[in-house]
Design a protein around this ligand. Sequence first.
Ligand code: ADP
Ligand code: MG
Ligand code: MG
Length: 881
Amino acid sequence: MTKSALMFEEGNREMKSLLGGKGANLAEMTRAGLPVPPGFTITTQACLDYYRQNQQLSENVMKEIESTLQRLEAVSGKSLGDTANPLLVSVRSGAVFSMPGMMDTVLNLGLNDETVVGLARLTGNERFAYDCYRRFIQMFSNVVLGIDHYQFEEIIERKKEERGINDDPALTTSDWKEIITSFKELVHTEDGHPFPQDPREQLLRSIVAVFDSWNNHRARIYRNIHKIPHDLGTAVNVQMMVFGNMGEDSGTGVAFTRDPSTGENRLYGEFLLNAQGEDVVAGIRTPQPIRTLADIMPDVYEQFAATCQKLEKTYADMQDIEFTVERGTLYFLQTRNGKRTAHAGVKIAVDMVKEGIIDKETAISRVDPDQLDQILHRRVDPTAKLHVLTKGLPASPGAASGKIVFDADTAERWAQDGEAVILVRTETTPEDIHGMVASTGILTSRGGMTSHAAVVARGMGKACICGCEAMKVDGKNKVVTVEGITLTEGDLLSIDGGTGHVIQGEVPLIDPELSVEFQELLQWADEFRTLGVRTNADTPADVAKARQFGAEGVGLCRTEHMFMEVERVPIVQEMILAENADERQAALDKLLQFQQSDFRGIFQAMDGLPVTIRLLDPPLHEFLPNMEDLLVERTTLSLQAEVDHIELAKKDALLRKIRALHEFNPMLGHRGCRLGLIYPEIYAMQIEAIFLAAREAVSAGGTVQPEVMIPLVGHVNELKEMRTLVDEIATRIQAESGLTIPYLVGTMIEVPRAALTAEEIATAADFFSFGTNDLTQTTFGYSRDDAEGKFLHQYVDRNILPENPFITLDTEGVGKLVQMGVEGGRRVKPDLKTGICGEHGGEKASIAFCHQTGLDYVSCSPFRVPLARLAAAQASLQKKE
Ligand code: ADP
Ligand code: MG
Ligand code: MG
């Protein structure tokens, strides 16, 4: 059987699973000869044994604890319970992964009515001894017996009032003695038993309490969230006390070896004179910056700083260190890898490579891609004080401050006048696009994470909060009320799209920056990754942004977004409503101009890199007005005193068309290539625009690589027919100009049948792009908006699904279809290009899957490109291991 208890000097940092993180690091520091108060660790094995024995300490474990305790007594020259020379210890929990929810530390254990007298005599400081005793009763009673802290605080407060003083330090020895008497009475009443006086009982009960805390509610929930197994158990550290509360030559503090918010390489931390343990964190007194220690105790500071450096080298990472100074002597009480902001994480990783502490691979693996969102969007200055009004869905990260506007036109006008505006609406529609472009942030009271506002905002990299149900938006009267507060047009409001917080007034924002270090880290990532990274972008501006972030092409250009711009919607409507072929062609000709100039801009911005352009995908009714609105307008019109019959006839025609195009389930309706097959003239116009723009680029001496993508193909015949259309137009335009335009024709794989028949489909395709948004919808049979709005979060909470499959690719189901698609396609066409263009292309776990499946590239929104580069490198490093 493994040992149940080990002295610190018997362990090392490799023994985390047996000793827990804290224990392993205390052992390592002890081995390295650092001044660590002696102690021992009761192992996770002992904890598991305790649970096997139905929450009883077994004979064996008890024996080992006792014999190890005796070794500690020998080393320290003191004994537990010895009234002449009492050993006092701390009892600290320490699991393998540091976990909030585990038991808090008990300090000064071993004190009772007799040993406290010994401590007073030994230190010649009675006040100190009784201060320690009252702290011990407070902590033990709270942590082990479960008596609320405030009850003890109340007793202290009452004493201070009685004595007419404000601060703890002004309390005298006899005050503390009286307080201790009241404490003991409180414990007796609350617990039904007197406060335990036997130090060995105190110790065993504390150990058991730590073991029990492994299974408390908080800890279980934390482990569920972080996917930590429930059967690891926790260790317990028993360590001789050192005292930072022995006077002005003593103190306690916490320090980081580098600045955890900027990453700057300098000691960063806080220190409190004449204080014990948690005083620094508790915020009762304001600590002083660690630098001041250099003035107060120069020798201690020097030793401390030098040891910090040494610890950082040992662990090859930034350390978070707890220390105590007892009468001028320094002790280390804990070291661990420090938590840091994303910004600091990147800087520290890169700096450490340059300092020769870690290699590039380690640097790349150390930065969590999920944290990069913090860096890549404007964010609220973390030091600012905020007045949070309410919380909505964090639909698109980033933060924005501006004046409230309630409609798109005002947004546009005010923005032209140089105002920052926040567009506040119940929800947005394609007709609001110009207002969204003009706004710095978008806030809606309805809609989910995939509502129009959310999708468009994410695409634009704009801050957005949706579904803010607590907010009542009255767009007509231009007021919004929330939590009893009424705001009107022009009032200042801020939103934090990363947290979903709606904040009154303006908040200071910090700009996103690709710091020099970040760019360097990404360049290293590029050396290690094999997966390509492209972007999903629809406008030249987005494309340019994505290139700055390192995109190697466009993986998805959604042409319908070009249709939805304000000045174009009426033309699109003309095209849809055309009564005859001539009328329709006239509208298409106008659209052709727009599309051609869009593609020209995108080709220019991509400068020779491949650009995948998807032909029109959504059903046509999305471009028409809302039927209910129209009915209301028509009714109003018909009730007027003098009815405008021409206008009325127009409305009727429009209504007829909307009714004709109406679908019961638009997601599965007349969209994608089904549209192209029934109305080939729309696709023909788009193809023409692509090749005319490409021709312009080529004749200007540039290079282009257009890749025409046919959406929603389920049967090879659909693709064959559409491919013929592309080839005809491409051939004609090349022949007319005598120029060669290299191009590819491929398809989205986004319905299961396409993946299942990949071998047939590949015969007509040069590339497959897995549209995993729709593929997830069609594989699960979920409509995303309905699922996320109604049941999906419950599914995840109740563990019916491990994750939201629209965020993390469902590798078992949807992923299997992707695998089949890749394998099937490559069987008939070994050089078939494959990529993914769903939102999963910007999510780290899904990116790892794409790497393993052997895709050529992932494509994601411009702001996620750096994340994808890093995640792709991590995936290939992981495979190597
Ligand atoms: P946490 O995991 O919350 O940091 P710790 O067990 O590290 O909990 O300790 C809480 C506080 O008690 C820290 O400030 C630590 O420095 C202090 N402490 C722990 N053990 C001792 C000891 N043996 N002597 C003095 N202070 C201690
Ligand atoms: Mg703590
Ligand atoms: Mg600690």
